[in-house]
Design a protein around this ligand. Sequence first.
Ligand SMILES: NC(=O)c1ccc[n+]([C@@H]2O[C@H](COP(=O)([O-])OP(=O)(O)OC[C@H]3O[C@@H](n4cnc5c(N)ncnc54)[C@H](OP(=O)(O)O)[C@@H]3O)[C@@H](O)[C@H]2O)c1
Length: 336
Amino acid sequence: MKAIAFTRFGEPEKVLELKTLPDPTPPGPGEVVIRVTKRQLHPGNLMMVRGKFNIPLPAHGFLIPGADGAGIVEAVGEGADSAHLQPGMRVIFNPSPGAWAERLKARAEFVTPIPDDLPDAIAVQMLPNAVIAFMLLRAAQRAVPDAGRETPILLNAAGSSVARLVTIAAHRRGLKVAGTVRSAQGAKALSDRFPDMPVVSTADPDWPDHLRHATGAQPLQVLMDPVGGAMVNDFVPLLGDGAAVLLYGAMSPEPVVYPLSALPREIMFTGVSSSRWMQDTTAVQRREDVAEAIEIGRAAPEQFEVAADYDLDQFANAIEHMERENRQGSVLLSSD
Ligand SMILES: NC(=O)c1ccc[n+]([C@@H]2O[C@H](COP(=O)([O-])OP(=O)(O)OC[C@H]3O[C@@H](n4cnc5c(N)ncnc54)[C@H](OP(=O)(O)O)[C@@H]3O)[C@@H](O)[C@H]2O)c1
């Protein structure tokens, strides 16, 4: 099978290679072998290749990026058919390492059949971004029980796939959200998508005033931020006592420094990571999360447009496209 792999951390164009590898061995108990047809490219995939996560490289061997995607079940191990998985079924999987290969072996509990009316190109966009979106909303409500009721939850980088899923999921729960993006063009695109949502561009020097005006002049209680760096401090004057800052990404190269200006108030900074989904989320909640993700994909397919769909061999073009500023839509990598 073909696979994209790396043996050292670094810039993706320098370290990623197309390899021909043996197919996975037959599935053991509770496992399935999946022929992967599509994957969505995520910023986290490239962070892994660049060595930003605490994942060691094997002493001899390689890593294959990607942990989620869509495909067809090819073989089912003992006991895995009790999870209603049969050869030939269309499925999505998350988390199952090695998704940038034509085949992988996954644990059946992380593999979900998808309905016939959900195309792969949409199904593949539902996990893992929906998982982190639901986790963020649960974290917001743990920190501030009436989050999104009186004042909107503020999403920074609100045009990202994750933030758009938070917006859809928040609206399904009757919660209000507002967004900041880094360009006027991005603000226009997001307002076209969600016309009732207040959206402000931080490229405008008066953005804090615009945001106060757009959100009703009340101090905000929850900020969800995947950027980090110094900019987090710019949001602090907008937050009220008891507010929560939920950090879930690090797209800025700078660290977050707890701002002294926050000190007279109690503002909680906390990290939210989808890696905790397997550890801390019950199996029942995980099934509900996956079911809601599939329901969102079926109910609002127009929210999941594709910017480009590249063949697995063209991974370098796909990565370049994924990193373009102001890209609208997801970049997919296919091997069907
Ligand atoms: N914690 C977790 O478990 C978890 C899980 C999934 C994703 N994430 C994180 O969530 C974030 C978003 O992921 P995604 O898949 O939704 O990304 P995406 O769809 O590729 O979107 C990235 C967005 O971030 C914006 N952006 C990039 N760099 C920025 C900067 N320096 N300042 C402000 N905005 C910036 C882009 O704005 P433009 O439109 O202007 O280019 C774009 O809207 C990433 O940091 C990712 O690592 C975390």
